[in-house]
Design a protein around this ligand. Structure first.
Ligand SMILES: O=c1ccn([C@@H]2O[C@H](COP(=O)(O)OP(=O)(O)O[C@H]3O[C@H](CO)[C@@H](O)[C@H](O)[C@H]3O)[C@@H](O)[C@H]2O)c(=O)[nH]1
Ligand SMILES: [Mn+2]
Length: 732
């Protein structure tokens, strides 16, 4: 297995080479219907995807009003179609403005003298490419943006060449309506003016009797005014964003001749949950969190869940094992009946009618069955502490008897006067010592002093769907995919003398262990008392990461919502101002802050690398823009090498100088080898020539390598206490 890490890297490389031709080649259909190959070898197979309908999927979106698409009812006489439109409208006579408008649109399209444009317009869909290139419009600003420089393309391709393939953005920026925002902005201005006048009055009217007091209060007031301005001004431009899940599905999960089941081409996601103490953080809550993750709506073979137990508690361990058993019913049940939210506790406590929008006949029966099963599951979880204690007593008694017998035999039939010394251990169900914390802490078995534990509780699922059948006495899963994502319990090694009772260290441990076990290109972290409320949330995050320019996004922060707050919310626990005001406003500036949880990270960014296409802004106002130093050196290197730009764009990153530093990431070559793979897999899809630093479609359809003993052993090695010792930037 020592030779396997390089193999991993090679795999994903060769995967792009050994895929069926249409999966890796770039091709376009010109307006005349001819297919042009943009890849280096010209023997492209045009009989595959490119000739079929697959590439020209119809899509529906909210249409922004544009010159060639005016919503019915408006006057709609664009300059381009004025002459004809007037005639058209006139011919329509009394048909009203609506009819006239329709005609206008058709005529304006005909005038544009582009056959393929006309064809597509007949489907009634809005042509985003045309809109983007012919107007000054932009989809999204901030991180996922269309930059001006993108108007020029390598290889002398002109804009009009792209008009043939409908390319669709995955996210949109939605402006806050002016009627909401304008009064707010006005209020800010009024307040600023009032504050200014107030301060002016205060300064020009000193209190002669107590100058020192007056001076002091002026300083304080100016300071408060300043900090208030710092708080209020960034809120001038809040924005909303919307995702297009249908477009994501079309791009990544569309069945094609080479992929008839529509296996997903989305990147892997690793979900981390941290827990520290089963007394303060009840295992039932943690189990519910886990269930909401395992049931999430994301390609099952691409998702992996990890729980970090900083308590090293057997209670958490066994509760998680129980949860995985329950997940075998709960997860397909959620899929079958589109359950939301997928946290059983929250789902069963919803007050509204559960049968609403449920189409299947057997829903009521199934719900009753799973509810009873969940109640039994709760009883089992709540009975665990007692059960583990009883088991420990039994095993310890048995040990004691054994020891006594041995001692008696040695001592000629009588018990030695000083008795026998038996260690009171905590036992696992299989009759072995629990490697973590014991009820009676002993050296090597206490909270801050135990070995690293890693247990794969739910194995890597099959690549293709596993369809269930009618189960006697249980739920009927005919036609439902019954796979459950991979799940691992992780408890990092702890030793006295290390300050490692912090969440950040737990996260780092999971980052390293998961890199070796699943290496998801993206990571979502949650606390043990949080859960995923919307099962599509991960896909929504992926829309941003996989959109054009998404390779520059480091993280997506999800908002937090709270349950169990008193109805009047006297203490503003919902934190609406922060999550719905401040964060949206920051998004309008540069991007929201990380709040410590509920955040989807790009794994590669977590390792401390710059974005592949980073820019540096110099000059007093940051007005001068140039590629960052590491980008420059890389492009210089690729110029001198024989590889063409296109090739280097689609290959994993190998020559980053930082990768060569064992000091930075520790001694595990298996771990460092996963880094370029994660970078490559996190790239957006190169499904359009203007997507820079993309990966070819189809590159992520391959199965995951199975987990073998050496891989798991390496994952345990990287959660050891000493692992990050001496490395530069990893917290323990
Ligand atoms: O040694 C430790 C200590 C804590 N945790 C976990 O860290 C999380 C947060 O701890 P908690 O005590 O619940 O902090 P809160 O104030 O409730 O959490 C908020 O504030 C924290 C920072 O102060 C963030 O890390 C959290 O994500 C955020 O939800 C929990 O899942 C814990 O299990 C560990 O994994 N190891
Ligand atoms: Mn908490």
């Amino acid at each position: 297995m020592a030779s396997s890490p390089p193999k991993k890297t090679l795999n994903s490389q060769s995967s792009s080479l050994s895929r069926p031709p249409q999966a890796v080649k770039f091709g376009r259909r010109t307006s005349s219907g001819r297919i042009v190959s943009l890849s280096r070898d010209d023997d492209m197979d045009v009989s595959g995807d490119y000739s079929g309908q697959n590439d020209y999927i119809n899509y529906t979106v909210l249409m922004p009003p544009t010159p060639d698409n005016q919503p019915a009812g408006s006057s709609g006489s664009t300059s381009e179609s004025k002459g004809d439109a007037n005639r058209g409208g006139g011919g329509g006579g009394g048909d009203g403005p609506k009819m006239g408008n329709k005609l206008e649109r058709r005529l304006s399209v005909m005038k544009s003298n582009n056959k393929s444009m006309l064809l597509r317009s007949q489907t009634g869909d809005f042509d985003h490419n045309r809109w983007l290139f012919e107007s000054k419009g932009k989809y999204g600003i901030g991180n996922a943006f269309w930059s001006e420089e993108d108007d020029t393309y390598d290889g002398g391709v002109s804009k009009s060449d792209f008009l043939d393939k409908p390319w669709k953005p995955l996210t949109r920026k939605v402006n806050i309506p002016a009627k909401v925002l304008s009064p707010y902005r006005l209020l800010i201005v009024i307040r600023l003016v009032i504050v200014f006048f107030f301060l002016w009055w205060r300064i020009t009217n000193p209190n002669e009797d107590a100058m020192w007091l007056w001076g002091l209060s002026i300083v304080c007031e100016i300071w408060f005014a300043f900090s208030w301005i710092l708080d209020i001004l960034p809120k001038l431009n809040p924005i909303n964003r919307a995702t297009d899940l249908a477009a994501l599905h079309d791009k990544f999960e569309q069945p094609s001749p080479s992929n008839p089941t529509g296996r997903s081409d989305l990147p892997g996601v690793d979900v981390f949950v941290s827990t520290a103490d089963p007394e303060k953080e009840p295992p039932l809550v943690t189990a519910n969190t886990l269930l909401s993750i395992l049931a999430v709506d994301y390609p099952i073979e691409k998702l992996s869940a990890y729980i970090s137990d900083d308590g090293g508690a057997i209670l958490t361990f066994e509760a998680m094992a129980e949860a995985v058993r329950f997940a075998e019913y709960w997860v397909p049940f959620c899929r079958k009946h589109d359950i939301e939210p997928r946290n059983p506790d929250s789902y069963f406590s919803i007050k509204k009618d559960p049968t609403k929008n449920k189409k299947r006949q057997d829903f009521v029966k199934d719900r009753r069955w799973i509810k009873r099963e969940y109640d039994e599951f709760k009883v089992r979880i709540n009975g665990l502490p007692e059960q583990i204690k009883k088991r420990a007593e039994q095993f310890n008694l048995r040990e004691e008897l054994k020891e006594k017998r041995i001692a008696r035999e040695k001592n000629g039939g009588v018990l030695p006067p000083d008795g026998v010394d038996v260690v009171k251990a905590t036992w696992m169900a299989d009759g072995t010592h629990w490697p973590g914390t014991w009820f009676e802490p002993k050296p090597d078995h206490s909270k801050g002093d135990h070995a690293g534990i890693l247990q794969i509780m739910s194995k890597v699922p099959e690549l293709e769907p596993v369809i269930g059948g009618p189960n006697e006495g249980a739920l009927d899963f005919t036609g439902i995919d019954i796979r459950v994502p991979m799940f691992a319990y992780v408890s990092r090694e702890k030793r006295p003398g290390f300050d490692h009772n912090k969440k950040a260290g737990a996260m780092n441990g999971m980052v390293r262990a998961s890199a070796i076990l699943s290496n998801g290109a993206f990571i979502l972290n949650l606390d043990c008392d949080h859960y995923i409320y919307n099962s599509k949330a991960i896909k929504e995050g992926m829309c941003f990461m996989m959109d054009r320019g998404g390779d520059r996004i480091c993280y997506i922060q999800f908002p937090q919502r709270f349950e169990g707050i008193d109805p009047s919310d006297r203490y503003a626990n919902h934190n609406t101002v922060f999550f719905d005001g401040n964060m949206r406003a920051l998004d309008g500036l540069q991007g929201p802050v990380y709040v410590g949880t509920g955040c989807m990270f790009r794994r590669y960014a977590l390792y401390g690398f710059n974005p592949p296409r980073a820019n540096e802004y110099t000059g007093v106002f940051g007005q001068e823009k140039a590629p960052a130093l590491h980008v420059r050196t890389q492009s210089q290197a690729s110029q001198t090498s024989q590889a063409s730009d296109l090739e280097s764009d689609t290959q994993p990153l190998h020559d980053d100088p930082d990768l060569g530093l064992p000091k930075k990431f520790g001694n595990s070559t298996m771990f460092t080898d996963t880094i370029p793979v994660a970078e490559y897999q996190g790239r957006p899809l190169a499904d359009h020539m203007s997507v820079k630093n993309g990966r070819p479609p189809g590159a992520l359809l391959l199965p995951r390598p199975p987990l073998d003993a050496p891989t798991v052993a390496e994952a345990i090695a990287v959660i050891s206490c000493w692992y990050c010792f001496g490395t530069i930037d990893m917290l323990c």
